[in-house]
Design a protein around this ligand. Sequence first.
Ligand code: ADP
Length: 517
Amino acid sequence: MVGAKSIMLEPDLLKSALEAGPDAVIISDHSDAIVFANRQVMALFGYEPEETVGAGVELLLPERLPPQHTIHRHDVLASPQARPMGPELQLHGRRKDGSEFPVEIRLSPIPEAGLTTVVIRDVTDRKRVEAELVSAREEAKRASLAKSRFLATASHDLRQPLQTISLLNGTLHRLVSDEQASAAIAQQQQAIDAMSRLLGGLLDISKLESGTIRPDITDFTVVTLFEQMRLEFASLAASKGLQLRIESCTECVHSDHSLVEQILRNLVSNAIKYTRQGCVWMRCLQESVRIRIEVLDTGIGIPADQMPYIYDEFYQVNGTTLAREGYGLGLSIVQRLVKLLGLELDARSEVGRGSVFSLLLPAAAKSVRSAGTVCGRTAVREAPLTRAHVLLVEDDPAVRGATRTLLAVEGYRVTAVASLREALQAAQQSEAIDLVIADYHLDGETGMQVIAALREALDKRVKAILLTGDTSSFIRDIPEDSQLRIASKPINADELIDLLTAFLSPERALTGSSDLP
Ligand code: ADP
């Protein structure tokens, strides 16, 4: 070093330097005998100075350690540079009273003197804090898992009664003609819908947290997503006097179709919710190997200081909730989905002018230009298929009763049973079955098993609707089947009747079945 003067340290000066540090220091000779021990050695190990000098290094180390220590020490002497005996070795010191404590050791050889300096640090406190941190993290993990399990169970168990209430409400709506009663029923339906939305959000969060959602990555056209959004949101936008604009696009992306659809659904729903006038539009831009899908609105906007929080669970920007339409879950679901799919999302917003949410996805390697098919619910309900015979398999008595009542009110003949055994009996005893509706989670069996057994017993691929609350994991394993529809619970009365009507209608047109009026 320029200007630095190297000095020979006096032995006394050297000794005080060795005593000054917070660590225990010993110097050992070539035979591992201790030739010097500082005061901290006494404090740490409980020996008097004369008890250590002359003793072997092993005095301070538990019996199980010396061989390893010796090997390491000889390595050190062979390549003389200071080095720690790493934390991975889990070293322990041994006090005079035989008790052990965790230590970290640093060896510095002094080759010209044939000596080694051994610096020993007591890491009891650090190890305890580390252990506390590990246990706190484990505890937090357990609590988070328990919360997810509780959420999943609670949401699942709430879905059945909610399904019952919703179907009964739909039945009442069909039976009651009194104006005031109808208004009350309509309000009740709004409350049920709000509850369904909250439940759906909680279920989505719990499924995403539990890691049960496995993305199914394929190539698909953006236009299929846009058309689906048009189908779902055109009438809602129109009812608020908003223009819903969808720019034409031919881009194809590579991701999970239904999960990306769910991201867009939440973004478009927010855009409509937080826009009082003007328009909401969707567009798609190619950016080299990525596709940018944008949802833009001319809505109330989000203050800059609130932007970092909008993805938090249950967070709502003060004063923006126009009605109790949301619960602050939509964007937190969006963010989790974006993370799960490895996509990117960014948002820009200006209060009073509007917001832009952009989703960046990988472009598909090869172009899939066909528009694809969009399966939406039929907007126009056809006349009910009076007297078509439905076999309903549902083990929850309340849901079974409510579904049977609704179908009967709509003019269907219904046989309602609780299990596979009863379903097979009914198939033998009653007249021809036009359609099976089966819940997926039955007591000890699945709706798919019921449908398969019934088709075998009836010797025909009878049409079937599978109702399920769990739309994620198993559905992808169900083989392609044009005679099967899958509907998620809770399903409201209108949705169920629309589905039945659309599903049964083509057959009526084709066969002109004598069962029909
Ligand atoms: P919510 O269910 O309340 O809509 P979200 O998690 O979807 O919850 O959104 C969180 C908050 O972000 C909303 O309460 C709203 O204040 C704000 N926000 C989200 N999207 C928009 C938008 N397009 N325009 C204005 N504010 C928005």
